[in-house]
Design a protein around this ligand. Sequence first.
Ligand code: SF4
Ligand code: SF4
Ligand code: FES
Length: 349
Amino acid sequence: MVSITLNGQKMEVSADKTLLEIARENGIDIPTLCYNKKLKTFAGCRMCIVEITGRKTLASSCSTRPLEGMIVQTNSDKVLKSRKEILDLLISNHPEDLFSQVKVGNNKFQEYAKEYEVSKGSYDGEKNNYEIDDVNAVYIRDLSKCILCGQCVNSCDQIQISHTIDFLGKGFNTKVGTAFDLPISIDNCRLCGQCVSVCPTGALIHKQLANVEPSTIKKVRTTCPFCGTGCNFDLNVVDGKVVGVTPLEEATVNSTALCVKGRYHTDMLNSDRRLTTPLIKKDGVFVEATYDEAFDYISKKVSEIKEKYGPESLAGLSSARCVNEDNYIFQKLFRVGFGNNNIDHCART
Ligand code: SF4
Ligand code: SF4
Ligand code: FES
């Protein structure tokens, strides 16, 4: 432990933590664009700078650990002025539409620009102007809006262990891209969407949510029904219709990680190909039926099969997506109702 003074308050803190972690634990908010607690320290954006008495330069709090006697200011005039300058530089190389662009979920860059009242960049000069990459099925990359925070690169590498993307080029021409700078596709990417959920700008956007106005969204926290892992996320609901999901950093099981099904399955909910009523084949054609008709039909057919071929002729495959009670009843149906143990489920192997 070491003793420091943080914004005028003396405290004993762990020397193993960073100034950013210590500040946040003590309810002091410091803005960050490249920091992600699930990733190794990157310290590339400088938004988290703080003033340390006796040091000539401001220090990035996400990569600085406390030393005995350190006096730290997180919101001094010098710090606030420098943060504004950092935003000004970033916005100067950013398309004009910073405040009109819409991004559901993480859009810290826009929030900080509003908070620090930097509506447009004051530096004239060339801006990066990249072609939009939207050839894959699920997300759009608009690299002109990228601030090179590295969160996508590091998440792909350290969370997804895919290493699909990396920094390409040097200096002003640095950008994030794939090997040979090819568009994102199923040939080079899992399309897991992890990079999209950590991107703090509108550079990476899920297609599902690209044209949704954030203020119309109602968030409904839920647990994914696809498998037994139990990932948590927020459903984005507009007018009673689910339009996409947003993962939650604080979700204990999964944080911002989700599989492809969890991240994008909401398309299926609204698909016009979805079965919404039982179908019974009559004269070779499926026709709509009520649930009572369907259950009567199943019961009659299953009884006939058991009668004719014996109990061992029947088997059941249950699902990890069902709740425990459903699976319990299902095995009971086979063991007690049909008199066999021919029961299995999709998650066993
Ligand atoms: S979608 Fe997943 S695999 Fe593809 S670049 Fe993003 S994080 Fe990497
Ligand atoms: S695409 Fe987004 S997450 Fe990736 S470096 Fe650019 S701003 Fe950061
Ligand atoms: S958050 Fe510390 S340098 Fe980016």
